[in-house]
Design a protein around this ligand. Structure first.
Ligand SMILES: [Zn+2]
Length: 181
C-alpha cells in the first residue's frame, strides 16, 4: 500500500518551494490560464524533484516524483469527499505521493495501492474522487430527485407530499389543471 496526500498542494509543498511549484505548473504545456480547463477536469501530471534522503556524506539526495494537479471548480472553498474535508486556498486540488509532502495538515492522507484519481468539473458533480475503484462525489448542496435519481440543487428542489424531493426535472403540479376560477 502506498500513502497519498489528497487536497490543495499549497498545504503540502514546502513554503520556500511554492514559487518554484507555481512556475512549473504555469509553464506546463497543458496548463491553460482558465483553471477549469486543467486537463479538461482530469488534471495534469507534473514532475517534481524532492529531497529523498541523505547519502553517506550527509548530502541531500534528490528523487523525482509525479504530482497530479487539478483545478478546484470555482476556486477556493471546502470539498467534502470520502469522509474528508479538503480546504482549498490556492484554487487547486492534487494527489501527491506522501514522500514529497512537507506537511499533510491541510488535506488528507489515504492509503491505496493505486493512486487516487480526481475528476473535476464546473458541472455537477464538481469533484469526484476514485480511491481504488470506490468513486465518490461531493454532493453538498444537492439532493437526489426521488423521481429520476438525478442530483439537483437543494435550492431548486420542490418538496411534494406525494413525490418527496423532486427537481424541476420531474415536478408535477399536484393541484392539477383544475380551473382556478
Ligand atoms: Zn427528476
Amino acid at each position: 500500500m502506498s500513502q497519498w496526500y489528497i487536497g490543495d498542494p499549497c498545504y503540502a509543498i514546502k513554503g520556500e518551494r511554492w514559487d518554484e511549484f507555481c512556475k512549473i505548473l504555469f509553464t506546463h504545456p497543458e496548463y491553460h490560464n482558465k483553471l477549469d480547463t486543467l486537463g479538461d477536469g482530469e488534471g495534469i501530471e507534473m514532475q517534481w524533484k524532492y529531497s529523498s534522503h541523505l547519502n553517506e556524506e550527509l548530502e541531500e539526495v534528490f528523487a523525482e516524483a509525479t504530482l497530479y494537479i487539478y483545478d478546484s471548480p470555482f476556486g477556493d472553498g471546502v470539498w467534502n469527499i470520502h469522509g474528508h474535508k479538503l480546504g482549498v486556498d490556492a484554487g487547486l486540488l492534487s494527489v501527491l505521493p506522501i514522500e514529497v509532502c512537507d506537511s499533510t495538515d491541510g488535506g488528507a492522507v489515504v492509503e491505496s495501492k493505486f493512486r487516487p484519481v480526481f475528476a473535476t468539473s464546473e458541472q455537477f458533480p464538481h469533484v469526484q474522487l476514485d480511491i481504488a475503484g470506490d468513486i465518490q462525489q461531493d454532493t453538498s448542496g444537492h439532493l437526489e430527485c426521488s423521481e429520476c435519481g438525478e442530483w439537483v440543487l437543494e435550492t431548486s428542489v420542490i418538496w411534494s407530499n406525494h413525490q418527496g424531493a423532486v427537481g424541476d426535472c420531474c415536478y408535477e403540479d399536484e393541484e392539477g389543471d383544475e380551473d382556478d376560477e
